[in-house]
Design a protein around this ligand. Structure first.
Ligand code: NAD
Length: 308
């Protein structure tokens, strides 16, 4: 399968590396000049600096990409999705499958503007990766990936699932992937947002007075919108699972979530507009109340204004 990865950061490089290792021709697309140069000149390095496995790879700017491709895997950030799709229209053929595994909500509406429904595959992944420097990627956990064809094309979905599993990325086809997408959004819309606002790791949240009520209030707002859009969630159960994470003082508890890393450590914009911001915006359109999501979105944007 000829695969293009649009967005060659942490996740794109990790998925691309694993697919390449099992023989798929992979091309990386990015508009980050330093990354393209590193990949083309020094190869993609996988793992620790002193013992990285190096692979010769091809990387291009999106507008330089040519030809029809079997599969494009999108791995930009949520707020870059529209621009990324607009930049790859030249390689979107009639049969080009597009897989979107970004965190966040509302991506199907954006995908439909550029990609025929029969070619859209949406999913969620708990694989975890980082990019310590241009051209070098680390995979911290293979996690689980689940995907679904939004047009119900089980055969092509099964082919992508098989390809990812063969590459060593544990993946399954789902018939209810939106439940998993919403559940992950609930985790990110509470844990990631609160760690960023309170400037602490996950275990640190267990010391925040009233955190239980805050988490439940936010999850209830996510669940009300999910239900209005056709996905039933159990907010009390999800809140309890989230709060359980905060009690752990081991590896999970020590972790600073990606939003904290993006904003407080790397001074980069967050995906808040596609988490709590999406819930606040869409709830308002439907006449639903989401005051906690609205306030969290504004508070994160306030921090962005101070930090960026
Ligand atoms: P990243 O910032 O490391 O990578 C994003 C890449 O997209 C960058 O290299 C950037 O230059 C590129 N990009 C931006 N605009 C582009 C455009 N218009 N065209 C082409 N490339 C463009 O981000 P990441 O950590 O790889 O995360 C990607 C997505 O996966 C996010 O939605 C994130 O929330 C999600 N996710 C990340 C992890 C993780 O462990 N890193 C785990 C699960 C899900």
């Amino acid at each position: 399968m000829r695969v293009y990865i649009a967005g060659s950061g942490a996740m794109g490089s990790c998925f691309g590396y694993k697919l390449m290792k099992t023989g798929d021709p992979v091309v990386f697309l990015d508009h980050w000049a330093e990354q393209i140069d590193s990949l083309n000149n020094g190869g993609l390095r996988f793992g620790r600096e002193d013992s990285a496995d190096v692979h010769h790879v091809h990387a291009n700017r999106p507008e330089e990409a040519r030809g029809e491709v079997d599969l494009i895997i999108l791995f930009c950030k949520s707020m870059q999705l529209e621009e990324t799709l607009a930049g790859i229209t030249g390689i979107l053929g009639a049969r080009t499958q597009v897989l979107c595994l970004l965190n966040g909500l509302g991506h199907v509406d954006t995908l439909k503007k550029y990609v025929a429904e029969r070619n859209i595959f949406i999913g969620v992944t708990t694989l975890s990766a980082s990019l310590p420097e241009a051209g070098r990627v680390c995979c911290h956990s293979l996690g689980k990936t689940e995907i679904q064809s939004i047009s119900g094309d089980m055969i092509r979905c099964g082919n992508i699932v098989a390809e990812l599993n063969y590459a060593g990325i544990p993946t399954h086809a789902s018939d209810d992937v939106f439940k998993a997408i919403w559940k992950k959004a609930c985790i990110n819309g509470t844990t990631n947002a609160f760690c960023t606002l309170f400037d602490c790791n996950i275990h640190g949240l267990s010391k925040v007075p009233g955190i239980e009520a805050l988490v439940e209030a936010v999850v209830r707002e996510f669940a009300a919108l999910a239900q209005a859009q056709g996905t039933k969630l159990w907010p009390k159960k999800i809140s309890n699972e989230i709060l359980d994470l905060y009690q752990k003082s081991s590896a999970v508890g020590e972790h600073y979530p990606s939003m904290h890393q993006d904003l407080r450590q790397k001074r980069r914009p967050t995906e808040i507009d596609f988490l709590n911001g999406y819930v606040a915006r869409k709830s308002a359109e439907l006449g639903l109340e989401a005051p906690h999501c609205q306030m969290i979105t504004e508070a994160i944007h306030g921090l962005e204004a101070l930090y960026l």
